[in-house]
Design a protein around this ligand. Sequence first.
Ligand code: HEC
Ligand code: HEC
Ligand code: HEC
Ligand code: HEC
Ligand code: HEC
Ligand code: HEC
Ligand code: HEC
Length: 323
Amino acid sequence: MFSKISRKLRGALALLALMAAPLAFADEPPPSPEELVKIQAANGKCLACHSEAGLKKPPKEGLDLKKLRSHLVHLDTYTASDHGQMACTKCHGDGYDEHPHEADAKDSLSECQDCHARKAMRIERQFDKSVHAENLSETFTCVTCHDAHSMTLAAKLRDPHKIVAQDNKICLDCHDSDLAFAKMAPDKKKRPPIDDIHDWLPNTRLHWKAVRCIECHTPTEDKLSLSHEIQNKDKAEKKCATCHSANSSLNARLYRHLATEEQNKYGFLNSVILSNSYVVGATRSPTLDMILIGLFVATLAGVIGHGLVRVIMTRLRRSKNHD
Ligand code: HEC
Ligand code: HEC
Ligand code: HEC
Ligand code: HEC
Ligand code: HEC
Ligand code: HEC
Ligand code: HEC
C-alpha cells in the first residue's frame, strides 16, 4: 500500500522535474561538504557488505557470499563517476536498509528518466529508432549499456584513449562475448565475430582502441553531439577518409572537449590520423614521409648489399674453382 502511494508520488515528482528541468541537468544542486560527509557515511553502510573488503570480512554471518560477489561496487570508481556524490539510496529506494533486503526492494529502483527527464527525452527519441530498440526485446534499456556506478562523462575523462575505452567496452562486452550476446539476441541468432564483420578494416583491434564504434554506427549530421541512434549496418561508415584526413569528423567529435594543444598532448599519433597514406598512397605528414623514405632507403640498401655479397661470393667461388 505504502509503496504504491510512493510510486505515484514519484510519478508526480518526475512530472514536476520534467517541468523544472531546463534549470539544471539533474534538477538538484550538488551536495554541500557537510551533506557529502553524511552521504559517504551512509554509503559506507552499504559498502560494508558490497565491497571486496565486505566480501572478505562480512559484518554479519550467514550472507550468501556467492551472490554478494556478483554485487560489488568499487568505491574509487564510484566516487570518480558521474553519480559519485550521490547516496546509494537515492536510486535504490526503500527496502535495502536492513539485510536480508525486502523482497520487493528491486521495484523501487529509479530510472535515468526519473532524474534526467529533459535530457533523457532527447536521448530516448534517438534510442527508440536504434537497431537495438527496434529489433530486440524490451529488456534492452538504458542500463543495458550504462552502469550507473561507473559511467563518467566524456568531458570529464578528457583523454580520448579513456573515452574510447569506456565507450567501446559497452559494445564489446556484448558483441565480443557469445554469452552476453546470446542473452540479448533473438532465438538462435549467432553472434557475428566482430573482427570478421570488419575484415575490410586493417588492424581492427587497433581501431577498437583508437576509435569508437558509435563513430561509424550513428548518424553524423550533427558533428558536435553523438546520437543514440545505432543504425542499420548498411548505413555504417566505411570511408577511410572520414577519419584519415585533415578535417575529419573524428577530430570534431572525439576531440571536441579539448583545446588544440591538449589534442596534441592527449591525441593518438597525429601523423597516422591526419595522413591519407593508407587511403590514396600520398602522405601529408612529414614524419610519416621520413619513415617511409627511411624504409625505402633501408630496403634499397638491403637489396644492393645482398646483391653485392652474392657477386663477391660467386667471384670468390669461381676463382677458387679455377685454381
Ligand atoms: C549486511 C550486508 C549488506 C548490507 C549492509 C547491504 N547489503 Fe545489499 N546485498 C547483500 C547481499 C548478501 C546481497 C545478495 C543477495 C541477497 O542476499 O539478498 C545483496 C543484494 C543487493 C542488491 C541486489 C539484489 C536486488 O535486490 O536487486 C542491491 C541492489 C543491494 N543489495 C543494495 C544495497 C544497498 C543500496 C545497501 C545500503 C543501503 C545495501 N545493499 C546494504 C548484503 C548487504
Ligand atoms: C544513479 C543511480 C544509482 C546509484 C546512485 C547507485 N546505484 Fe546501484 N544500481 C543502479 C541501477 C540502475 C542498477 C541496476 C542495473 C541493472 O539492472 O543491470 C543498480 C544495481 C546495483 C546492484 C545490483 C547488482 C549489480 O552490481 O549490478 C547493487 C548491489 C548496487 N546497485 C549497489 C549500489 C551501491 C552500494 C550504491 C552506492 C555506493 C549504489 N548502488 C548507487 C543505480 C544506482
Ligand atoms: C535519483 C536520481 C538519478 C538517477 C536515477 C540517475 N541520475 Fe544521473 N545524475 C544525478 C545527479 C544528482 C547527477 C549529478 C549532477 C551534476 O553533477 O550536475 C547526475 C549526473 C549524471 C551525469 C553527468 C552529468 C553532468 O553534467 O555532470 C550523467 C551522464 C548521468 N547522470 C546519466 C545517468 C544515467 C544514464 C542514468 C540511468 C542509468 C542516471 N543518470 C540515473 C541523478 C540521477
Ligand atoms: C547501445 C548502448 C547505449 C544505450 C542503450 C544507451 N546509451 Fe547512453 N551512451 C552510450 C554511449 C556509448 C555514450 C557515450 C557518448 C558520449 O560520450 O557522448 C552514451 C552517453 C550518454 C549520456 C552522456 C552524453 C550526453 O549526451 O550527455 C547520457 C546522459 C546517456 N547516454 C543517457 C542514456 C539514456 C537516458 C539512455 C536510455 C534512453 C541511454 N543512454 C541508452 C550508449 C548507450
Ligand atoms: C547487451 C548486448 C548488446 C550491447 C551492449 C550492444 N549490442 Fe549491438 N546488438 C546486439 C544484438 C543481440 C544485436 C542483433 C540484433 C538483431 O538480430 O537484429 C545487435 C545488433 C547490432 C548491430 C547490427 C544492426 C544490423 O544491421 O544488423 C549494430 C551495428 C550494433 N548492434 C552496434 C552496437 C554498438 C555500436 C553498441 C555499443 C554502443 C552495441 N551494439 C551494444 C546486442 C548488443
Ligand atoms: C570504421 C568504421 C567502423 C567502426 C569503427 C566499427 N564499425 Fe561496425 N560496421 C561498419 C560497417 C561499414 C559495417 C557494415 C559491413 C558490411 O556490411 O560489410 C559494420 C557492421 C557491423 C555490425 C553488423 C554485423 C552483421 O553483419 O550482422 C555490427 C554488429 C557492428 N558493425 C558492430 C560494431 C562494434 C561493436 C564496433 C566497435 C567495437 C564497430 N562495429 C566498429 C563500420 C564500423
Ligand atoms: C572512424 C574513424 C576511422 C575510420 C573510418 C578509419 N580509421 Fe584507420 N585509424 C583511425 C584512428 C583514430 C587510428 C589511429 C590509431 C593510433 O594511432 O593508435 C587509425 C589507424 C589506422 C592505421 C594504422 C594501423 C597501424 O598498424 O599503425 C591504418 C593502416 C588504418 N587506420 C587504415 C584505415 C583504412 C584502410 C580505413 C578504411 C577502410 C580506415 N583506417 C578507416 C580511425 C579510423
